[in-house]
Design a protein around this ligand. Structure first.
Ligand SMILES: [Zn+2]
Length: 326
């Protein structure tokens, strides 16, 4: 890690971690002094999460990585202002622990991350959910910058979301606010959602995984199965009318759900990120059509924008969360 001299020693340097089901990313984030500038993310490293080894082992390896990174900062003369984490699962920011987690990381629920960090560093520590961190990053420095109230939606393997109300991340009464993938839609009826229900959530038909499932479930006789959403996107991009129809139905349903969320919350902008947001014009057109059909007249002009920060968003958001908690 070789931070440039201009930033070295900034009081706004945060060591951040983005903990997901497949990888843990860590980067040094320098938040800008003035409102118009962009943060800098440097020295990003990634290690595999290895969720199959269990939550306790994931935490042990997270701590080992944190020790290395703290030592790197010390050797490079970087004065850290704090540690920010965005983690998979439902997070209790007040206690710095994981309230619940899916089988993506078995045994992650109940892990007390803040207590563990306190054994290796006395720096201020703050943790939010990874989807919330992503949303906070996009809302503060990305596509949602300047809008104030932002609905951030990530459409990848699953569908996650975060509502940023006048700059603050809304967590709700149970830490669950923002789970937009678990809004009901008829297209999902009978399809098993990652939360366990078959009552018809949007995630099992509009996530990347869901696109593949919808394609396979509805496909005409003789048409081979696809391995996932990426294949549906590739077929659609190649002009396959059935893949295009499935993609449009899926995106349209998601657009209707986004409109429902906007009718309820009335954000100034919706920022859509994740691998499926790269699916192309057909997907975006159907998303916007579904949105326009289901949005209240005053909500209809709400812009649906693509996220711009990519993989850096959760680390930047974790730094923002940590800076505000200080
Ligand atoms: Zn669900």
């Amino acid at each position: 890690m070789t931070p440039s001299n201009a930033w070295n020693g900034s009081p706004n340097a945060y060591l951040t971690f983005d903990i997901g089901g497949t990888k843990i990313a860590s980067g040094l984030v320098w938040l800008p002094e003035s409102g118009g500038d962009m943060p800098r993310v440097e020295g990003t490293v990634r290690i595999p999460t290895r969720p199959e080894s269990g939550g306790g082992d994931v935490l042990a390896r997270l701590l080992a990585l944190a020790r290395e990174r703290l030592e790197e900062c010390r050797l490079n003369g970087v004065a850290l202002a704090g540690v920010g984490i965005g983690s998979a699962g439902v997070v209790d920011s007040a206690s710095g622990s994981i309230l619940s987690a899916t089988d993506l990381i078995p045994g992650w629920a109940g892990q007390r991350i803040a207590d563990a960090f306190a054994t290796i560093s006395d720096l201020p520590f703050y943790m939010v959910g990874d989807v919330g961190a992503h949303g906070l990053g996009e809302a503060t420095y990305g596509a949602g910058r300047g809008y104030g109230t932002v609905l951030s939606v990530g459409v990848g393997t699953g569908i996650g979301g975060a509502f940023i109300n006048h700059g603050g991340l809304a967590s709700g009464a149970h830490g669950v606010a923002g789970h937009i993938g678990h809004i009901s839609h008829g297209l999902g009826a009978g399809m098993r959602c990652s939360c366990g229900t078959r009552c018809g959530h949007i995630e099992p038909v509009a996530s990347g995984t869901g696109l593949g499932t919808l394609y396979n479930r509805c496909r005409p006789d003789g048409r081979p199965e696809v391995s996932g959403g990426k294949e549906v996107c590739d077929l659609a991009a190649g002009g396959d009318p059935y893949a295009q129809e499935i993609m449009a139905r899926s995106a349209r349903a998601l657009g209707e759900c986004l409109a429902g969320a906007c009718n309820l919350l009335d954000p100034a902008v919706v920022v859509v990120s994740g691998s499926v947001a790269n699916a192309g014009d057909l997907w975006w057109r159907a998303l916007r059509e579904g949105f326009a059909d289901a949005a209240l007249p005053l909500v209809k002009p709400t812009p649906l924008l693509r996220g711009v920060l990519g993989d850096a968003a959760p680390m930047i958001g974790a730094a923002v969360a940590a800076s505000r908690a200080a």
